[in-house]
Design a protein around this ligand. Structure first.
Ligand code: HEC
Ligand code: HEC
Length: 209
């Protein structure tokens, strides 16, 4: 009985956790974030001048999977992908599952101000384009773990544009073992040109709280 109560209490605590919360020791992860902060900002706000996206607000499972993807050579290995290569060089700066979980828990505590929109596009046109994205990224672009689709709302918009271009150019989702990246790569065909990319990102911007 006692253990049942404990299980129930744990379940409640988990369900109360916010999207950013991750099972790890945030205080212990703070030190490892120092190296990341050089490019991603002290509060995970991102830095356009350094091409490093916002990390604050992103789902822990996605951050973890991306670090693994860089380390496995599934991201940041294509010739011409300068920014992916920069990140790839940093992805192994924290090693060991516990250390990575602690780092992600620390990132989950960061709450910088909202990203400043930089992309101009027609959000109304973008809304129609976004209809196909809902299945994997959610109606509010909140991210859907069960589909492997990350949160897009609130992300640095210039970074979303660049990633969509990267999928189109074969700089992402190219590796045969990168099943999630390949899923996404197969979806970018509906975004026929740069204007379509800007429009869908303008709509995603409108979803950010
Ligand atoms: C030298 C600068 C630099 C440092 C230091 C750095 N990053 Fe990055 N990071 C980047 C750049 C640039 C990108 C974007 C790559 C691209 O455009 O494909 C990136 C991308 C990422 C992504 C992918 C985000 C997404 O939404 O797909 C994650 C996750 C990430 N970094 C985490 C980290 C963590 C954690 C650290 C510290 C261990 C770190 N980075 C250190 C430059 C850096
Ligand atoms: C079939 C599911 C699916 C659909 C539909 C889909 N995506 Fe994705 N998307 C993914 C997955 C999975 C990833 C993560 C890939 C990875 O792990 O590298 C992703 C990644 C992305 C990224 C990169 C985010 C980042 O932080 O680096 C962007 C941007 C994106 N999707 C935008 C869109 C847009 C816009 C649409 C609609 C036109 C769309 N996606 C439709 C599954 C999907």
């Amino acid at each position: 009985m006692k253990s049942l109560v404990r299980v129930a209490a744990t379940a409640i605590v988990f369900s109360l956790c916010t999207a950013g919360a991750w099972a790890g020791d945030a205080a212990a992860g703070k030190g490892s974030y120092l190296v990341c902060s050089a490019c991603h900002g002290q509060n995970g706000e991102g830095n356009a001048a350094l091409n490093a996206p916002r990390l604050a607000g992103q789902e822990g499972w996605y951050i973890k999977r991306q670090l693994a993807a860089y380390n496995a050579g599934m991201r940041g290995t294509q010739p011409g992908d300068m920014y992916g290569m920069q990140m790839r060089n940093m992805a192994n700066s924290v090693s060991g599952e516990a250390a990575i979980d602690n780092l992600i828990a620390y990132i989950g505590t960061l709450e910088p101000p909202a990203s400043t929109p930089t992309v101009s596009g027609d959000a109304a046109v973008g809304k129609a384009l976004y209809a196909v994205c809902v299945a994997c990224h959610g109606a509010q672009a909140e991210g859907l773990e069960q589909m492997g689709g990350p949160r897009l709302a609130g992300q640095s918009d210039w970074y979303l544009v660049r990633q969509l271009q990267n999928y189109k150019k074969g700089l992402r989702g190219y590796h045969e073992k990168d099943s999630f990246g390949r899923q996404m790569e197969s979806m970018v065909g509906t975004l026929v040109d740069d204007a379509a990319i800007n429009n869908v990102v303008a709509y995603i911007n409108s979803l950010a709280k």
